[in-house]
Ligand binder design. Structure first.
Ligand SMILES: C[S@@+](CC[C@H](N)C(=O)[O-])C[C@H]1O[C@@H](n2cnc3c(N)ncnc32)[C@H](O)[C@@H]1O
Length: 158
């Protein structure tokens, strides 16, 4: 598979996966969190799909497309472990989390996701969903949308 094909599969899985998660969390109290703003593509889709939800956005650097800059107070700039601890201290509860960190090196990306999982768990409401580009630990894994092949994207219930 070419890198182009791999990219197409990834962003298709993100679009379908986020829509799947939004539909299933619309009646669950709690905010959303985008972990890894990057260019802002998935954040933009999330806010279009769930316009009524408060979406917290985490990244160590603000480098998104200008149209995707989060509103004042919603962008938490810093290392993800520290920002999630701040969210916990501020009693923020999350019903839908999208995790999209990683550098494309499986061992490192998976170790980081495993290390961050307990912190993320601490801000999730019971029954909240996690849509993730990396495997997380300590959650109940779900099959997710039928169109997404197993292992391409990960789906969990808190
Ligand atoms: C793959 S990109 C996110 C892409 C984004 N979801 C999109 O659709 O455009 C990952 C982002 O996570 C950020 N990042 C990676 N590790 C981080 C960490 N430990 N703390 C905070 N931000 C981090 C990077 O700066 C980068 O912008």
């Amino acid at each position: 598979m070419s890198r182009l094909e791999s990219m197409i599969r990834r962003i298709t899985a993100q679009k379908i996966g986020l829509e799947w998660g939004v539909k299933r969390t619309k009646d669950i109290a709690g905010d959303f969190v985008e972990i890894g703003l990057g260019n802002g593509r998935t954040y933009d889709h999330l806010r279009e799909t769930a316009p009524d939800k408060k979406i917290w956005v985490i990244d160590r650097v603000l480098q998104c497309h200008p149209s995707c800059i989060p509103p004042d107070g919603s962008f938490l700039q810093g290392e993800v472990d520290e920002t999630i601890k701040q969210m916990k201290n501020n009693n923020i509860s999350i019903s839908l989390a999208h995790y999209d960190l990683g550098i494309g090196v499986d061992d490192k990306d998976e170790a980081e996701a495993a290390a961050l999982s307990p912190l993320i768990k601490a801000i999730m409401v019971e029954g909240g969903l996690l849509i993730s580009s990396q495997p997380l630990v300590g959650f109940t894994q779900l099959e997710g949308p039928a169109e997404i092949p197993a292992g391409r994207y990960y789906f969990y219930k808190a």
